[in-house]
Design a protein around this ligand. Structure first.
Ligand code: SAM
Length: 414
């Protein structure tokens, strides 16, 4: 941890961060982001309650208009953001270092979109709020970076400012192959954090886009999918994606996002199914009254066909982490085929009263669970854990610091 990170983290209010390791409540972020502006008290008073979590992704973007599209069923403002996919030579070659990659047996070639739309150049030259041209900087080539393989120039997502309602219309063709449109909230209580997009979703999406051949035609299951960002990217190559989470309001939002991005996923021809899958329950929901319940056919297809399980940024509460690992255990045993699990996590540093220091409890807990998972010997399956170093190219602009990607492969013992 650098001294500046330590200083920033030390500004956190101890009481709340020790109660909730993981995602940072609003007042911590406000202190970090607005301390110099002296606006924190004002903001807390006007806008946020104590356990509100602000969107990390969007907080880093300055001077950008966000387009509020509606209020959701529980009265939270919903925004739509368009994230640009950087194809071909626009890809940010984040520390793409052959030596690093070969250590992990990854492929070295960068994918490029088969058909690059002619106006991709226009997309990279955007107008800012004042009408000035904003040009994406070309990342330095790997040969420019011999001293430090992980230098990144861009530290925030590329947001395409939505200029008119016309652009926002469902199905409106806004270079469908290069832009992913996501409805999300900016600030939500802790129990609704799935309505925001987290950086772990970008990391996993980057990996999928980089390793397209690995996932082409597969059936994938995403756990804790939130807005559906990673599932949508997976659906650009997979045959079927089961996009799962809990809560009707969240699943509605996810479904809406899938429909907003039909243009992006249609080339793969795969289907996306939004379903409820609660890690705290042993059974899949089959209640026909529930709009996101599972049919018998879905369940049979899930168990027979799934070979990939994904989960992005879902380790922020120890009880949920336990529940998720139990779910992974149950699922991998129920699946007919062997599967590979990809987990992204952000190492978050919080001040805790217990240790009177900066710790990353939720991350440490996750690592313990990962170790224990690998040690399980039930005579049926064996799991092997590998870290995939995040040195593969970025198809989305975001800050990768403290993000990690883990792969768990199952092997049959009988
Ligand atoms: C921090 S969000 C990450 C969302 C999304 N994967 C992303 O990275 O943008 C954590 C997700 O875990 C989901 N979650 C929490 N408890 C859950 C449970 N018991 N069963 C299934 N999903 C759960 C939340 O609803 C939320 O979508």
């Amino acid at each position: 941890m650098t001294s500046s990170q330590r200083a920033r983290a030390a500004q956190c209010v101890p009481g709340v961060s020790s109660l909730r390791p993981g995602l940072r409540p609003s007042h911590e972020i406000q202190e970090q982001e607005h301390a110099n502006e002296g606006q924190q008290a004002e903001m807390e008073e006007i806008t946020f309650s104590k356990d509100t979590v602000l969107s990390d992704i969007h907080l880093r973007i300055q001077h950008k208009r966000q387009f509020m599209v509606r209020l959701n069923a529980v009265g939270q403002p919903v925004f739509q953001t368009q994230f640009k996919v950087l194809w071909g030579n626009k890809v940010l070659e984040t520390g793409t270092n052959k030596e690093d990659i070969s250590l992990h047996d990854e492929k070295e070639s960068l994918p490029s979109k088969e058909t690059t739309p002619p106006d991709v150049q226009e997309l990279s030259s955007l107008l800012d709020d004042d009408g000035d041209l904003e040009v994406l900087r070309r990342p330095p080539s790997p040969s420019d970076r011999s001293e430090s393989p992980c230098i990144r120039d861009v530290v925030c997502p590329t947001i395409l400012t939505i200029g008119s309602e016309e652009d926002c219309r469902e199905g409106a063709s806004c270079n469908a192959e290069d832009v992913i449109k996501i409805e999300h909230t900016m600030a939500t209580p802790l129990e609704d954090v799935g309505k925001q997009i987290w950086r772990g979703a970008f990391l996993l999406a980057d990996y999928i886009l980089w390793q397209q051949d690995l996932f082409r035609g597969c059936t994938a299951l995403e756990l804790g999918a939130g807005t559906g960002f990673t599932s949508i990217i997976m659906a650009t190559v997979a045959k079927t994606v089961y996009c799962t989470d809990v809560g009707e309001d969240l699943l509605d939002m996810c479904k809406k996002n899938i429909s907003l991005n039909k243009g992006l996923t249609k080339t793969a021809g795969g289907q996306m199914k939004v379903k409820e899958l609660d890690w705290l329950k042993n059974q899949l929901c089959t209640d026909l009254e529930d709009p996101y319940s599972w049919t018998e056919d879905d369940i049979a297809d899930l168990y027979d066909q799934t070979t990939v399980i994904l989960a992005a940024d879902v380790f922020y509460d120890d009880d949920l982490t336990d529940a998720l690992f139990k779910t992974l255990y149950r699922l991998t045993h129920a699946l007919t085929r062997l599967c590979t699990i990809y987990l992204s996590i952000e190492r978050r540093f919080n001040f805790t009263v217990r240790y009177m220091d900066i710790t990353c409890d939720a991350y440490n807990y996750f690592r313990n669970c990962l170790n224990n998972f690998e040690k399980i010997s039930d005579g049926k399956l064996k799991w092997t854990v590998t870290e995939i170093r995040p040195v593969f190219p970025q198809f989305f602009c975001y800050e990768r610091e403290h993000l990690e990607l883990w792969k768990i492969s199952s092997t049959a013992l009988t």
